[in-house]
Design a protein around this ligand. Structure first.
Ligand code: 5GP
Length: 345
């Protein structure tokens, strides 16, 4: 046993230090990024924020809204081929660069992924998502998907340390998804005692990925637009969001009414709720590692999207970054013992 004693940081432990700037207005800030990916060689331009591949946020309805803002959606893996067909025959070509096909790492997932891509060859991104990206079998699965789909941009995760980011990039991933335990409905840190504070995970993993020409997604833990800014400041190329996109018209999840108020269910993909829905219950050998919560109904998703994009533009303006591309190198974090003033909350 060994203890690493340098303190690892989460979003709540830092603020971004303002810097002198000659930007006149936040409206001048360009939030688009252009990436050419390591293995696929494909180029993508857009605002690098992604809706999580949960069955409540990775919906076709969310994808339509986010695509209109040039953002991405990782479509959850529980849609049938029929539902995919219905969605993509009605959509225009632009949507293909704004969605990801999500998959797990089972044989059945591999076959289904092949079927979705065969019927929708224009879809650029594959998101291979497992809770624990450290298993050798997962690394081999990523290589297998790379071999089967050489031209697609492959995202693989989740991991939180540099050596595993390198391993996944060398095994065929273009982008590595980073985050174990920070999610709003995740209980891994409570159930398994495993995790890594997200800000440090992003700083360390971005360094490892960028050295090899790869990219990373900061996945989970954003509770407000300021956290999204901190994730980009720490070096994330993309930020993935679940909870902040929950509770809207376009989000999935059953509506609950209580005391004249509307709520929408939001749950982790390893929660008892999700496992009852998709896997016929929680298997005996495992614990549920996700919560189920009721989110007060929040109206159209566009309002939240504007809030996040406005916050990001503001953050860029405070440090003098005319484009999101410059934001990381202009970011200095200060470690703090306070965040917002909660007098009126
Ligand atoms: P949020 O933005 O809500 O903080 O985090 C979203 C992320 O939480 C997802 O992209 C996914 O990585 C993670 N997540 C979703 N469901 C579960 C779950 O049931 N258990 C765990 N450990 N993580 C989850």
């Amino acid at each position: 046993m060994r203890v690493e004693s340098d303190l690892k940081l989460g979003f709540k432990d830092v603020l971004i230090r303002p810097k002198r700037s000659n930007l006149k207005s936040r409206s001048q800030v360009d939030l688009n990024r252009t990436f050419t990916f390591l293995h696929s060689g494909k180029t993508w331009t857009g605002i690098p924020v992604i809706a999580a591949n949960m069955d409540t946020t990775g919906t076709f309805a969310v994808a339509r809204v986010l695509a209109s803002h040039l953002m991405l959606t990782a479509i959850h893996k529980h849609y049938s081929l029929e539902e995919w067909r219905e969605f993509l025959t009605v959509e225009d070509e632009e949507i293909f660069s704004r969605i990801m096909v999500s998959t797990g790492s089972s044989e059945e997932d591999f076959l289904r992924l092949g079927q979705v891509l065969a019927s929708h060859p224009q879809v650029q991104f594959i998101c291979i998502d497992v809770a624990n990206g450290y298993a050798q079998a997962f690394v081999e699965y990523v290589s297998r998907v790379r071999e089967a789909h050489p031209d697609r941009t492959i995202i693989a995760g989740n991991v939180v340390t540099g050596e595993m980011v390198e391993e996944l990039l060398l095994s065929g991933a273009d982008v590595v998804k980073v985050g174990i335990g920070p999610g709003s409905v995740c209980t891994t840190r409570v159930k398994a005692g495993v995790g890594y504070p997200q800000l440090s995970a992003v700083i360390e993993c971005a360094d490892a990925a960028h050295g090899l020409g790869g990219r990373i997604i900061s996945d989970g833990g954003c509770t407000c637009a300021g956290d999204v800014a901190k994730a980009f400041g720490a070096g994330a190329d993309f930020v993935m969001i679940g909870g902040m996109f929950a509770g809207h018209d376009e989000s999935g999840g059953q509506i609950v009414e209580r005391d004249g108020r509307q709520y929408k269910l939001f749950y982790g993909m390893s929660s008892t709720t999700a496992m009852a829905k998709h896997a016929g219950g929680v298997a005996e050998y495992r614990a549920s590692e996700g919560k189920t919560v009721e989110v007060p109904y929040r109206g159209p998703l566009t309002d939240t999207v504007r809030d996040i994009l406005g916050g990001l533009r503001s953050a860029c303006t405070y440090v003098g970054a005319a484009a999101l591309r410059e934001f990381t190198k202009r970011t200095t974090f200060i470690q703090v013992a306070e965040q917002e003033n909660r007098f009126f909350t």
